[in-house]
Design a protein around this ligand. Structure first.
Ligand code: HSE
Length: 429
C-alpha cells in the first residue's frame, strides 16, 4: 500500500503526548526521510485543553473526544499517551479494530492487558508498539527484539523507576529522610500522580514484566510478580550498606533459570563496583545478560516529555515504514505460551539483616545456632556499639532460599533477646 503522508492521532496531550508532538513537528524533515515520507499529526484529543503546556497544537487539530481520533478514516496511527487502564484499554482496542497501527507508552496497560491487545492486533493484523512503556527514552524493547535477538537471554536487571532512584540517591548522598526525599521528588514532578505506585514497586513491576516477556518469549502474569518497595529503607540501612561496600537500589530483576522464570522487584544492596550502583538521581538503566553478547547495559532517562516522546516517535516511524511497505502486523508478538514462574520461596539470594537485640552474653550464639539449624550460612556479622542495653547487629548471609531464610527469621524474631528484626534486604550478586 503506497501512502503519501502518514497521519498520526494522539490520545492524551499530557507530558508524553506533548513531547511526542514536539518531536514530530521539530524533527519533521529527518523523520520524513527515515519514514520514507511525511509523518504528520492531524488530530489530538484531550479532555482538558485549559492546562498549561509548553507547546499547543493548532486549534483545528484539537478535540475533547477520543472517538474523533479513533474514528477518523484519515488517521493511520493512533498514539495512546493517556496512561492507566481505563479508558486507555478500550481506546487502544477500538483503534486496533479500526485497522490502525497503535503506539502506547502505557506500562500498566501493557503489563496487565498486553496479551489481549497483542492478540487483537494479530487478528486484524496491525502493528502495536510500546517502547516508551519500559525505560522511557532507553530503547530497551527494540534492543531485546532486534539487536539482541540472536542471544538466549539469561537475565535482565534494571533500575526502572526514576522516582525511587531519586529518593534513594537523596537519602544516600544528602542523608535526607525518606519523607523529605519523596516530597522533593513530587515537587520536581518525577513521581506518578499516586506516588505509592512508584514507591511500593508497582511501576517497576509493570516494566520488568514487559521486558521479561520479550526477553524470554513467554507471557508473564503481572499478579505473579512479587514486589516490595522502598518505604521501609531507613538511613541506618543506607549507612551500614555503605560501610559494607554497597549502595541500596530498587532493582527490577528477571531471570531465566533452567526454564523457570523469576521476575521480582525489591530493594537490594548492590556492590559499589556494580555498573548499576553508579546510576543515580532520576536516571534508569538496564543490564542484559545474553549467552553470546555477555553483558550489555543501557542507561538514560526513564521518564519525561521528550525522552519518552523519543521512544514513542521511534515506534511511530517503525509503523509508518511498515504501512508504506504493506507490512503492518507481520510480527506482532513473539511470545509462545505463558511463563512457568519460579515460586518466590525457591528464589535464592544473599540477605542483609539488621536487628536490635539485648546486649547480654549468649545472644549472638542463640541467633547463630538458629541460622545454622535452618541451613542459613553466615557470610559476615557486625555488632554495632550498644545504646543502653540494646545492641544492633548486622548479618550478611550466603545464598539462601527465601523459604529457608524466612523460617530462620521467624524463629529468631520469637527469641526474647531479640527486640526487633528491623530490616531484611536482599543482596545483589
Ligand atoms: N513514575 C515513573 C518513574 C515515570 O518514576 O520512573 C515513568 O514511568
Amino acid at each position: 500500500m503506497e501512502q503519501e503522508q502518514i497521519n498520526v492521532g494522539i490520545l492524551g496531550y499530557g507530558i508524553v503526548g506533548s513531547g511526542t508532538y514536539r518531536i514530530l513537528c521539530g524533527n519533521a524533515e529527518s523523520i520524513a526521510q527515515r519514514a520514507g515520507g511525511p509523518v504528520t499529526v492531524t488530530r489530538v484529543a484531550d479532555i482538558d485543553w485549559e492546562r498549561e503546556r509548553e507547546v499547543m497544537p493548532p486549534q483545528a487539530l484539537r478535540s475533547t473526544e477520543a472517538t474523533d481520533v479513533i474514528n477518523d478514516p484519515n488517521v493511520h496511527i493512533v498514539v495512546e499517551t493517556i496512561g492507566g487502564v481505563a479508558p486507555a484499554r478500550e481506546y487502544v482496542l477500538e483503534a486496533i479494530r479500526s485497522g490502525k497501527g497503535v503506539v502506547t507508552s502505557n506500562k500498566e496497560l501493557m503489563a496487565k492487558h498486553g496479551s489481549e491487545i497483542l492478540d487483537a492486533a494479530e487478528e486484524v493484523p496491525v502493528d502495536v508498539e510500546f517502547e516508551g512503556s519500559a525505560g522511557g527514552g532507553i530503547p530497551i524493547i527494540r534492543s531485546l527484539k532486534e539487536g539482541l535477538e540472536g542471544n538466549t537471554i539469561h537475565e535482565v536487571v534494571g533500575i526502572l523507576n526514576g522516582t525511587t532512584n531519586y529518593i534513594l540517591t537523596r537519602m544516600t548522598e544528602g542523608s535526607e529522610s525518606f519523607d523529605d526525599a519523596l516530597s522533593e521528588a513530587q515537587k520536581l514532578g518525577y513521581a506518578e500522580a499516586d506516588p505509592w505506585a512508584d514507591v511500593e514497586g508497582d511501576d517497576a513491576a509493570y516494566k520488568i514484566a514487559i521486558l521479561a516477556a520479550i526477553a524470554f518469549g513467554k507471557r508473564i502474569n503481572i499478579a505473579d510478580v512479587p514486589r516490595e518497595g522502598i518505604s521501609k529503607i531507613s538511613p541506618a540501612d543506607i549507612r551500614h550498606a555503605s560501610e559494607m561496600g554497597y549502595v541500596i537500589k530498587l532493582l527490577a530483576i528477571a531471570k531465566n533459570a533452567g526454564g523457570q522464570i523469576e521476575v521480582r522487584v525489591h530493594p537490594a544492596l548492590v556492590p559499589k563496583s556494580h555498573p548499576l550502583a553508579a546510576v543515580s538521581d532520576v536516571f534508569n538503566a538496564v543490564l542484559v545478560r545474553g549467552d553470546a553478547v555477555g553483558d550489555v547495559m543501557l542507561y538514560g532517562r526513564g521518564a519525561g516529555s521528550l525522552p519518552t516522546g523519543s521512544a514513542v516517535v521511534g515506534d511511530i516511524i517503525s509503523i509508518a515504514r511498515n504501512i508504506r511497505n504493506g507490512a503492518m502486523g507481520r510480527v506482532v508478538c513473539t511470545c509462545q505460551g505463558h511463563a512457568t514462574m519460579k515460586p518466590m520461596g525457591d528464589v535464592e539470594t544473599r540477605k542483609y539483616v539488621r536487628m536490635a537485640v539485648r546486649d547480654q552474653p549468649g545472644v549472638m550464639g542463640k541467633i547463630a545456632t538458629i541460622f545454622g539449624e535452618e541451613k542459613v550460612s553466615i557470610n559476615s556479622v557486625i555488632q554495632k556499639r550498644s545504646e543502653g542495653t540494646v545492641a544492633e547487629i548486622v548479618w550478611e548471609t550466603h545464598l539462601v532460599a527465601e523459604s529457608a531464610f524466612q523460617a530462620a527469621l521467624r524463629r529468631i524474631s520469637d527469641l526474647d533477646v531479640v527486640v526487633a528484626t528491623s530490616s531484611v534486604i536482599r543482596v545483589q550478586e
